[in-house]
Design a protein around this ligand. Structure first.
Ligand code: ATR
Length: 276
């Protein structure tokens, strides 16, 4: 049984280790018999070809990462309702017909990881960023019935556009905001911007964090991320980076392929040790 993670670049991907650890949790189970998971580097203009070749070689499922998630959305013959709403695919599942079904497990991975720390129901959420990462998690967050979701972004128009897109199908209070215009405080503050990549801090005030707030950074790294440093300095005790989201989205994909739900905790612990 062949699985891959497709991206460009891909050498850094931890997905093969994560999936090997998941598969090892089910020794002798027929659903993971011969389970092999590799990295697949696709040329920037060769995503579809790479998937076709993988399929011809017996490929059963693929994770899709940067920069191919939108292309995978256009490529998939069928789409889950979530992938449809998000406009991006991070998991491909080979159907018995030979066609590929596209799904998106990023948001479910985030939600599962947050729920390991706090419930989301009735919480006031502040989501920072309005790019692909933010777009992928809005519906799964709304599925947890928060009290409200505020989306703040450097480019206000992008936040406004995203809110308009999701507002039609929910009764939950949604709003778009500029960083400088944020008022009040939030129980759950999630960084979905890529500002950390350039080591930059976000122009948000310490007051956005409610007492007992959870600060969640979708980024992770060996060192504390700039956003979590900002949260620590604001006095936020509960701070979580995105390593658990990475393992969580992988767990959702593994379950889609095998029907087996792996235990995330020991794999996350192992991944954390690797970062040291
Ligand atoms: P991704 O797929 O990771 O979401 P993206 O679609 O390029 O990547 O989106 C990047 C997000 O990070 C955007 O919300 C971007 O803000 P703009 O829409 O205003 O560009 C945000 N971002 C990146 N660098 C930032 C910075 N230094 N300060 C604030 N926001 C930043």
């Amino acid at each position: 049984m062949n699985y891959v993670v497709i991206g460009n670049p891909i050498a850094h991907s931890k997905s093969p280790q994560i999936h090997a650890l998941f598969a090892a949790q089910f020794p002798d189970h027929p659903a993971v018999e011969g389970f092999v998971y590799d990295r697949l580097l696709a040329p920037l203009d060769g995503f579809a070809n790479a998937v076709h070749e993988f399929a011809a070689a017996g490929g059963r499922g693929a994770n899709v990462t940067v920069p191919f998630k939108e292309e995978a959305y256009r490529f998939a013959a069928e789409l889950s309702p979530l992938a449809q709403a998000v406009g991006a695919v991070n998991t491909l599942i080979r159907l018995p017909s030979g066609d590929w079904l596209g799904d998106n497990t990023d948001g479910a991975g985030l939600v599962a990881d947050i729920l390991r720390h706090i419930p989301i129901k009735d919480k006031r959420i502040l989501l920072l960023g309005a790019g692909g990462a933010a777009r992928g998690v809005i519906l799964p967050l709304l599925g947890q019935q928060p009290a409200s979701l505020t989306l703040a972004n450097r480019t206000f128009a992008k936040a406004e556009q995203l809110i308009l897109h999701f507002q039609a199908n929910t009764s939950i209070f949604l709003r778009a905001c500029e960083y400088g215009a944020l008022e009040g405080n939030y129980d759950l503050v999630i960084n979905a911007t890529s500002a950390s990549l350039s080591g930059e801090r976000l122009p948000i005030s310490n007051a956005v964090f409610a007492p007992n707030a959870l600060a969640y950074d979708m980024m992770y790294g060996k060192a504390e991320t700039p956003f979590l440093a900002q949260a620590r300095e604001a006095g936020v005790a509960l701070r979580v980076d995105g390593l658990g989201m990475l393992v969580g989205q992988a767990a959702e994909a593994f379950e889609l392929w095998t029907g087996l739900r792996p235990d995330v905790a020991p794999v996350l612990e192992w991944m954390r040790e690797q970062l040291q």
